[in-house]
Ligand binder design. Structure first.
Ligand code: ADP
Length: 167
C-alpha cells in the first residue's frame, strides 16, 4: 500500500468469525483502503478458545478470499501499539448494545490517551446481527444447535469438521 493509503484495524478474537464480524469488516472497507482483521491474544490468556489462532486466520483468509484489501493478522499486547506498527489510523469496532457502547467508549478514550493519532470509529451493528456474538455461536454449537444462519460456509465447514473430529 502506498504511504497515503488509509489503513483501518478491526481487532477482536474472532473465535469464530461470525456474520456480524463480516458485516463490520465489509463496512470498514468503505472507510479505508485496507482493513487489517487482527486476531488479538495474550500469551497468558486462560479463556477457553474453540479455534487456534492459525485456524481463525485461515478462516478470515477463506471468507475474504475475493477481497485483497482485507489483511488477516495476529497480534499480542496493546491494540494501539499494533495499529501504530501497521500504520493504521483507524480502529473500527462494532457496537451492538448499550453495554457494548459503555465498554467501547472507555476503551476508545484510553486508546486515545495512549495514541492520540489513532481514532476509533464505531459502526452500529446491523439489526440482523445485533444479538449475535462469537461466544453465543460457540455455546449454541457446543450444545448441538444449528449455527448455519450465523456464520459463512467456510466457518460452518470448520465447525462441522471440529464436531466430527471430536466425535
Ligand atoms: P465477540 O464479541 O463476538 O466475541 P470479538 O471480541 O471478536 O467478538 O469482537 C470483534 C469486534 O466485532 C468488536 O468490535 C465487536 O463489537 C464486533 N462484533 C462482534 N459481533 C458483532 C455483531 N454481531 N455485529 C456487529 N459487531 C460485532
Amino acid at each position: 500500500m502506498n504511504e497515503r493509503a488509509r489503513v483501518a484495524l478491526c481487532p477482536g478474537s474472532f473465535d469464530p468469525l461470525t456474520l456480524g464480524h463480516e458485516d463490520i469488516v465489509r463496512r470498514a472497507l468503505q472507510l479505508a483502503d485496507e482493513v487489517i482483521v487482527a486476531v488479538g491474544h495474550q500469551p497468558s490468556e486462560t479463556k477457553r478458545h474453540l479455534f487456534a489462532i492459525e485456524e481463525r486466520l485461515e478462516l478470515i483468509r477463506e471468507v475474504f478470499a475475493n477481497e485483497p484489501r482485507v489483511i488477516p493478522a495476529e497480534f499480542q499486547g496493546l491494540t494501539v501499539e499494533f495499529a501504530r506498527q501497521r500504520g493504521a489510523s483507524l480502529i473500527v469496532r462494532g457496537v451492538r448494545t448499550a453495554g457494548d457502547f459503555e465498554y467501547e467508549a472507555r476503551m476508545a478514550r484510553m486508546n486515545r490517551a495512549l495514541a492520540p493519532g489513532i481514532d476509533t470509529v464505531y459502526l452500529a451493528a446491523d439489526p440482523r446481527h445485533v444479538f449475535l456474538s462469537a461466544s453465543l455461536v460457540r455455546e449454541v454449537w457446543s450444545l448441538g444447535g444449528d449455527v448455519a444462519p450465523f456464520v459463512s460456509p467456510p466457518v460452518l465447514r470448520a465447525l462441522e469438521r471440529r464436531r466430527e473430529g471430536s466425535g
